[in-house]
Structure formats: structure tokens, C-alpha cells
Ligand binder design. Structure first.
Ligand code: ACO
Length: 400
């Protein structure tokens, strides 16, 4: 590997790398990926072991602090998060200012951005106590804000968090509970959602995490950086793909064109149509997360007593694509987003909430990377170069 800034200084050359395909912007000790082998590890632990044995908060601790927590550390972490779940009553008015048709991802990023205004005297990124406090605040409040974005979109009243419940159960109650009616958390749904969130917790320098690091590199606080990350995640080529997959499956079903014909249109790049939930910048093999999600899909739908023809359609699409030269030559496999939507749908989440769920999943990774970058003595403000291709010097009309 080459230190490009030294290379640039010494040689005067600038590397042009659209999409940063071959440019490392940092060293990182959080997550390891081997895209050719389909390997993913959080702090050295294989993703399948983590997904089977861990909890969302345990993984959050691991990512943020570097090691698995002791039982006492985890208990205290959980307790602190439960104590910070309330959002200021005034902040809730942000939700009424936005149209009920607003996409929950826009609502989420706006509310997270607004969150920093409540803590302005405590956001100095160089104060470790504030960094710690805001890490807890983000973990505690993002799910609450996310659930309010959901409630807003369906016109229901917001519930207060129930701090007798654990992280995922509380989130489910905030989404599906109704004011003054008892709500029983379904343990199958709770564990299934927790597993999906864990699978999303980090993925090294993806677009949203790189955005969080870039914004953080300017000295911006955690709230502002993470709000920017949420906006980066929104796009259909990144986290928004989970929503786009379900829409695609619905369109294929409703149009009656058939899976084979749809795949032909993808291969011919008709109207830029893509097989959403397929392909990845780093994985040139089956995404290990997609493998785990696919295994869960049948299990969860069955346990929830849901049968969804869209799951069969997704499997048919995958089968056809994996046996087709177009996808084989380009090494395009299902990514994490391909099967998640079918499960979220079975749980009762509307399609527009899917990327919001991804954001809750990814939050610990964003926090871990923001902290890693802010503690890196070699870190600098992120500032890419360009190759200028515009007009040469010319006079403004009338000036000679
Ligand atoms: N469907 C059809 N063709 C595809 C797809 C796809 N999903 N993905 C890539 N290709 C094709 C490209 O058209 C290109 O073909 P060409 O060589 O004939 O021009 C070739 O495969 C290489 O693709 P690139 O776009 O260069 O790959 P890149 O690494 O830049 O993009 C990306 C990766 C954005 C994920 C892409 O595969 C994609 O758009 N997939 C669909 C959206 C999606 O599922 N995104 C979620 C990614 S995972 C995540 O963020 C959680």
C-alpha cells in the first residue's frame, strides 16, 4: 500500500479514483471484510458467531470499546441507555412541522440533527465525558425517534418509552403498541429483529460510515455527523436498497411480466433497471450477512405464521441470477438487503420504515467509527482532490 498524500506531495501526481474504489482513507480496527471469501468480522469475531450468540447492545459495546463487555459492564451500559430514552417534549413538535407523507428517513435525519440543539453546551467532541454521554444519548434516543417517525406516518399517537423493557422490546412496543392498550412483545419477533440489527451494526468504510467520518473530521459533533450518515444511508444504492427490493418484487408480481423477463431487462440495462439487493462494492462472493438473513427468512415467517409469495419470488430471482452469465461474470450476489425486507414486512413494518431499521442497526458502527477517527492522531480533515476539467481563464463580458 502507498501513503497517497506523501506520494502526491513527492511526485506532484494526483490519483483519480471515482467512488474511492482503490483509496483507503483511514486505518481502522473495527471491522474486517474479505470480499473475495465472503468473510465479515467485528473486532475479530466472525459474524455468524456474533449473530447467533450476542445481543444488539453487547455488539454495540464491542464495536465502540473494542472488546466484549463483562456482565457488569453490559448491565451498566444497558441501564444507562434505558435512563436516556426520553426525548425532550419540544423536540416532538418537529414531527408535527413535517407532512405526514414525509419519508421516515428524512424525518429521522431532521430529528437527529435537531437533537444536537438540546445539548449544545455538551457537544464538544474533544471532551471525553460529553462524547461518552452523547454515545449513550444516541443509542437511547434513535430508536425512540425512529418509532415516532413511524407513528407519525400512520397518524398514531407517540408512546413513552417503557424502560422496564430491553432495547429491542422497547422499540417494538413504541412502534406497534397503542396508547392505553396492553402490548405483549412477541419473543420470536424480538429475537429475529435483534439478529437483523446485529447483522447491520458495522460494515467498515461504506458510504454512510465514510460520511460520518468525513463530517466528524471537521470537528462536528456526533449528532450532526450521524444525521449526515442517515442521509447517506437513505439512497437506494446503499441502505435504501432494502425498500427498493420490496418495491421491485411488488412490481414484478403486479406487472405479471415474469421473473425471467425482468432479469432480461436488467441484463439489457433497459431504463437503467437493476436487480436491487444484488451486487456489492466489496463482496465478490455471497455476502455472509445475506446468507444468514436468507436462513432466517423462512424460519421467521413460519414462526410468525406469515406466508408471503414475495419470498418465493425473491428466491426464484436469486436462483435465475446466480445461474446467469451476466451476474456470474460480474460476480454479483445477493447483498444484505435482498431478504431483509420480506422479514420486516412480516413483522408489520411498512416498506418506508425498512431503511430506518437499517439506521438503528448501523448506529453503533457509526459511533465506533466517529470515535476511532476522532482519537486517531494521524486523522486530518477529509478533503478530496479533483482534476479540474472546466474552462480556462476568460474575461467576464464587458471586461477586457
Ligand atoms: N443489477 C444489475 N447489474 C449490476 C448490479 C445490479 N444490482 N450491480 C452491479 N451491476 C453491474 C453494473 O452495471 C456493472 O456492469 P458493466 O460492467 O456492464 O458496466 C458491473 O455490474 C459492476 O458494477 P458497478 O456499478 O461498477 O459496481 P459498484 O461497486 O460501483 O456498485 C452497488 C456496487 C452500488 C452496490 C451496485 O452493485 C448496485 O447498484 N446494486 C444494487 C443496489 C443495492 O443493492 N445496493 C445495496 C448495497 S449493500 C448496502 O449498501 C447495504
Amino acid at each position: 500500500s502507498v501513503d497517497v498524500s506523501t506520494f502526491t506531495r513527492q511526485t506532484g501526481y494526483t490519483a483519480l479514483d471515482y467512488g474511492f474504489v482503490n483509496t483507503a482513507a483511514t486505518r481502522s480496527a473495527v471491522t474486517y471484510i474479505d470480499g473475495d471469501q465472503g468473510v465479515l468480522r467485528y473486532r475479530g469475531y466472525p459474524i455468524d458467531q456474533i449473530a447467533t450468540n450476542s445481543t444488539y447492545l453487547e455488539v454495540a459495546w464491542l464495536l465502540i470499546y473494542g472488546e466484549l463487555p463483562t456482565a457488569d459492564q453490559l448491565g451498566e451500559f444497558d441501564e444507562r441507555i434505558r435512563r436516556h430514552t426520553l426525548v425532550h417534549e419540544d423536540l416532538k413538535r418537529i414531527f408535527s412541522a413535517l407532512p405526514h407523507t414525509a419519508h421516515p428517513m428524512s424525518v429521522l435525519s431532521s430529528a437527529v440533527s435537531a437533537l444536537s440543539t438540546y445539548y449544545e453546551s455538551e457537544t464538544d467532541p474533544n471532551n471525553p465525558e460529553f462524547v461518552e454521554l452523547n454515545t449513550i444519548r444516541m443509542l437511547a434516543k434513535l430508536p425512540v425517534i425512529a418509532a415516532y417517525a413511524h407513528k407519525k406516518s400512520i397518524g398514531q399517537a407517540f408512546l413513552y418509552p417503557d424502560n422496564n423493557l430491553g432495547f429491542v422490546d422497547n422499540f417494538l412496543k413504541l412502534n406497534f403498541g397503542v396508547m392505553s392498550e396492553p402490548y405483549e412483545v412477541d419473543p420470536v419477533m424480538s429475537r429475529a429483529l435483534e439478529r437483523l440489527l446485529i447483522l447491520h451494526e458495522d460494515h467498515e468504510q461504506n458510504a454512510s460510515t465514510s460520511t460520518v467520518r468525513l463530517v466528524g473530521s471537521t470537528g462536528a459533533n456526533q449528532f450532526s455527523s450521524i444525521s449526515a450518515g442517515i442521509n447517506a444511508l437513505y439512497g437506494p444504492l446503499h441502505g435504501g436498497a432494502n425498500e427498493a427490493v420490496l418495491e421491485m418484487l411488488g412490481r414484478i408480481r403486479d406487472s405479471g411480466e415474469g421473473v425471467q423477463r425482468f432479469v432480461e431487462r436488467v441484463k439489457n440495462k433497459e431504463d437503467g433497471v437493476k436487480l436491487m439487493g444484488f451486487g456489492h462494492r466489496v463482496y465478490k462472493n455471497y455476502d455472509p450477512r445475506a446468507k444468514l438473513v436468507k436462513e432466517s427468512a423462512d424460519e421467521v415467517l413460519q414462526a410468525l405464521g406469515v406466508s408471503d409469495p414475495l419470498l418465493d419470488l425473491a428466491k426464484e430471482l436469486e436462483e435465475i441470477a446466480l445461474n446467469d452469465d451476466y451476474f456470474r461474470e460480474r460476480r454479483l450476489y445477493p447483498n444484505v438487503d435482498f431478504y431483509t425486507g420480506v422479514i420486516y414486512k412480516a413483522m408489520g413494518f411498512p416498506t418506508r420504515m425498512f431503511t430506518v431499521l437499517f439506521a438503528i442497526g448501523r448506529l453503533p458502527g457509526w459511533l465506533a467509527h466517529w470515535r476511532e477517527a476522532s482519537q486517531d492522531p494521524q486523522a486530518k480533515i477529509g478533503r478530496p482532490q479533483q482534476l479540474y476539467v472546466g474552462a480556462g481563464e476568460r474575461n467576464y463580458p464587458g471586461v477586457s
